[in-house]
Design a protein around this ligand. Structure first.
Ligand code: FAD
Ligand code: PYC
Length: 419
């Protein structure tokens, strides 16, 4: 192990004693301008990534990100950080694999450690039917050039020695589907890294600035009303996850999605025992172990619509029962914290990224329980859409129009545990 240097001990003491007073701001706190070329509503990962790629890929820096609370205070800072690109349909492979490729270079791109850890994601199967379904899915994923391996029980056990392989449990283990390039990332670092990169290129990040109305002239959006006054813009992008329906309502149209609470919880920290992400849609639980040693655990969303950032108790009870069945070793582990976020779910469990019925107004929403993994790719294609006024070929299939054309992209199976 490396010995701490004199410099790092001194630096640690100096910073600990300074109460952060002399720390440099990571992004500015600018005063809002009267007008921007582009306004992005929502300072989660997707909104910040959009602003970053507008500046870096399209050279558009006269941009403001408006966030009603603090950066990453929505689902970006509340999710369980599972990253993978093993979706069924070609359209989904396009967007999720673009994201995966961006994840693979993101810390270098942002010069900010987003702690992307490709520790592998295993979706378990518990019967012959589940295994057959995974084999077909794995084949389709392969055809799109994305890694996917079908595992038998012995192969799962080799990767996860603590898993219960007894044939006498309610849903005995049958096998699994592994994406080795999947894993986890540090969620709030993603927001901070994109924010710092965008700010450095001139983007104004305006926290505590709530959008309360949209300004229109005829059929065109010309700006937004905010809690800090009106701000004009040539183009506006809505990226507010669980509040997408609220913003669409302000603009005068309806979205085919519903908002639900989705919760997660973490255990007390323990020594490293779990080196991959495990998901089971059958017994309904998923988990990973964070770098701090806590188990990060989740399961289904609530069945009712709500804007409350909490989840129902019975779901906690059910997911912990499933956890103990799969991992009896965790039977005496204490749970430390629980929280919820509001997820925006479309009928086909795929996002909407593109134009709205209002000219100059674009929307990126409907990521439901699975949008963290898509943060870089979603930002990249939405920046293209805002910069050019037209969708990129990767997000063109995810238009609002698919709900009238019938060209749905049903990814409920890939959304898995949480949907
Ligand atoms: P957010 O981070 O929610 O950002 C939207 C922002 O808009 C918020 O900060 C909000 O304050 C702001 N806003 C809202 N209204 C206004 C307004 N009027 N004016 C200004 N700002 C406004 N996905 C995965 O891929 N893997 C996972 O493991 C995973 N686990 C999850 C676990 C939980 C418990 C939850 C809740 C979600 C999970 N997700 C997961 C889903 C993922 O978190 C989301 O899809 C993703 O973070 C959405 O990012 P975003 O930037 O669009 O939204
Ligand atoms: O989309 O992989 C996912 C996921 C895991 C937990 C919540 N969503």
């Amino acid at each position: 192990m490396a010995t701490p240097t004199k410099y790092s001990i001194w630096s640690l003491l100096r910073n600990a004693g300074s109460y952060h007073q002399n720390w440099q701001r990571v992004w500015r706190q600018p005063t809002p301008k009267d007008e921007y070329e582009v306004i992005v509503i929502g300072g989660g990962g997707h909104g910040l990534a959009t602003a970053y790629y507008l500046a870096t890929v399209h050279g558009i820096t006269n941009v403001a990100v408006l966030e009603k609370g603090w950066l990453g205070g929505g689902n970006t800072g509340r999710n369980t950080t599972v990253v993978r690109s093993n979706y069924l349909y070609d359209e989904s492979s396009g967007i999720y694999e673009l994201s995966m490729k961006l994840w693979e270079g993101l810390s270098q791109e942002l010069n900010y450690n987003v702690m992307f850890s490709q520790r592998g994601v295993i979706g378990l199967s518990h019967d012959r039917h589940g295994n057959d379904e995974q084999s077909r899915r794995g084949g389709a994923i392969h055809l799109n050039g994305i890694d996917s391996e079908i595992l038998n029980v012995a192969q799962v056990r080799a990767l996860v020695p603590i898993i219960n392989t007894s044939p006498n449990i309610r849903y005995p283990l049958f096998g699994g589907m592994l994406q080795r390039r999947g894993g986890n990332a540090r969620h709030d670092a993603v927001a901070w890294g994109y924010a710092r990169g965008a700010d450095a290129r001139g983007v104004d990040i305006l926290q505590e600035t709530e959008v309360i109305g949209l300004m229109r002239e005829g059929s065109r959006v010309v700006g937004v009303e905010t809690s800090r006054g009106a701000i004009r813009a040539k183009r506006v992008g809505i990226v507010v996850a669980g509040h997408s329906g609220v913003l669409a309502n302000m603009a005068g149209f309806r979205l085919p999605l519903e908002s639900y609470p989705l919760q997660a919880l973490v255990s007390e920290p323990i020594k490293p025992v779990l080196h991959t992400v495990i998901m089971s849609g059958k017994v309904h639980v998923y988990l990973s172990q964070s770098d701090k040693g806590e188990l990060v655990i989740g399961a289904s969303r609530d069945a009712h619509n709500s804007y409350s950032q909490r989840g129902s108790f019975h779901l906690i009870e059910e997911q912990l029962a499933a956890l103990i069945e799969l991992f009896p070793i965790f039977g005496r582990l204490r749970m430390m914290r629980q929280w919820g976020g509001i997820v925006d779910v479309c009928p086909d469990a795929s996002p909407i990224i593109g134009k709205t019925p209002i000219e100059g107004l674009f929307i990126n929403c409907g990521w439901g329980t699975g949008g963290f993994k898509a943060t870089p790719g979603s930002g990249w294609v939405f920046a293209h859409t805002l910069a050019t006024g037209e969708p990129h070929s990767i997000n063109a299939p995810f238009s609002l129009k698919r709900f009238s054309s019938g060209y749905l992209i049903d990814e409920h199976g890939a959304a898995g545990v949480a949907h």
